[in-house]
Design a protein around this ligand. Structure first.
Ligand code: G6P
Length: 374
């Protein structure tokens, strides 16, 4: 049933639109709300016997490629916050190139939709040799990464056919938020925060359904941008990863140059690119960085930047510099889950840009769904 396009024209389109359902299957049976003395909590069968070891580790290292790496980046803040353990990130090929240090006291988490990516597998071999506890987060039961790690979590997003990953990305972030909850579950101090995240997760499929209503709006935006050569995406904090992943979608399917930019680095180079022609998408949804993003918008506007702003519903006025910028409003969720919502308009934009530009949506030139050679 999953391996046909149903009412959709392309697999990528179908997979974007089935995210409310894929998130539900990712969370099915894993969230427990109320009832027990422990309150709202999370149950990850594949991790439970290893949680003690993970809590004792000196560092958590996330390792992946492409979209899977971006999902790990999106999850880093909440894993750090709830675990209190330093989190680092490695692009698998770079870890191998550097033969970077991996220790027995490390927990190495391998994130891969296919579970077969050559570089990620090599990095896994390397981490096993170095004695780290190896955890797999994959979408493919029985894949090499699922088989060769000590323990793990399946994301259960369902089969993903489009080369550009969409629903696997949002499910990966949800799984990593659940992993963060599981690691932090024995700490009293963050109990209220954990419970708010569990509530946020339970409501997330509904919020995803709401954000998909932006489809037509993003199609209109795609019409506006169809002949552009380049698109910058600015964000920070929880949504730095959203900038990289949004730009990756635009690049890989719409074949348009696009770059995700950490807004905190704006003055260290990117500002030189700003003029009245280059479109810049600024992510300024509500979280602890909101006022900093408002200031970024002001500064880009002062340099005549051509701005498109993503903000939280109801915030249009506070981000549009007197109505001069085009605004996309998205539903608000718990801050650490906001990347799951914020990526959707960018997935839709990349999809519509690709169709309008006449490129192959599901099999972009030169790319493969699973990169099994080096
Ligand atoms: C390829 C795919 C991407 C994917 C990346 C990593 O580049 O086109 O969509 O993110 O590989 O794949 P993995 O299966 O390890 O997540």
């Amino acid at each position: 049933e999953q391996i046909n396009k149903g009412k959709y024209e392309h697999y990528m389109q179908k997979e974007i639109h089935e995210q409310p359902e894929s998130l539900r299957t990712t969370m099915r049976g894993r969230l427990i709300r109320g009832g027990s003395s422990k309150g709202k909590t999370v149950l990850l069968g594949g991790l439970k016997d290893h949680l003690k070891t993970i809590r004792r580790s000196r560092r958590i290292v996330f390792i992946g490629c492409g979209t899977s790496y971006n999902a790990a980046l999106a999850s880093r803040p909440i894993v750090e916050e709830l675990s209190g353990i330093p989190v680092t990130l490695e692009i698998a090929s770079d870890l191998i190139d550097r033969q970077g240090p991996i220790y027995r006291e490390d927990t190495a988490v391998f994130v891969s939709q296919s579970g077969e990516t050559a570089d990620t597998l090599l990095a896994l071999e390397y981490a096993l040799e170095n004695g780290a506890l190896c955890v797999g987060i994959t979408n493919t039961v029985g894949s090499a990464i699922a088989r060769n790690t000590h323990c793990g979590v399946h994301i259960n997003a369902g089969c993903e056919i489009g080369v550009a990953s969409t629903k696997a990305y949002t499910s990966q972030i949800v799984v990593m938020a659940m992993v963060a909850l599981a690691i932090g579950a024995d700490t009293i101090s963050n109990q209220a925060r954990r419970e708010a995240i569990v509530d946020g997760l339970i409501d997330l499929p509904n919020k995803l359904k709401d954000v998909l209503k932006l489809d037509e709006e993003m199609k209109d935006l795609a019409k506006l941008l169809v002949s552009e050569q380049s698109l910058l995406v600015f964000g920070r904090g929880y949504n730095y990863a959203t900038t990289l992943e949004g730009a990756l979608k635009v690049k890989e399917v719409a074949l348009m140059h696009s770059e995700g930019i950490l807004a905190g680095e704006m003055k260290h180079g990117p500002l030189a690119l700003v003029d009245e022609n280059l479109p810049i998408f600024v992510i300024a949804t509500r979280d602890a960085c909101f006022s900093k993003q408002q200031s970024v918008i002001q500064q880009l506007h002062a340099r005549k930047g051509r701005l498109l702003v993503m903000c939280t519903e109801g915030d249009a006025e506070s981000v549009s510099v007197g109505g001069t910028c085009r605004v996309v409003e998205v539903p608000r969720v718990e801050d650490c889950l906001q990347p799951v919502i914020n990526i959707v308009p960018l997935q839709l934009l990349a999809y519509h840009l690709t169709v309008l530009r006449g490129y192959n949506v599901d099999q972009p030139r030169n790319l493969a769904k699973s990169v099994t050679t080096q």
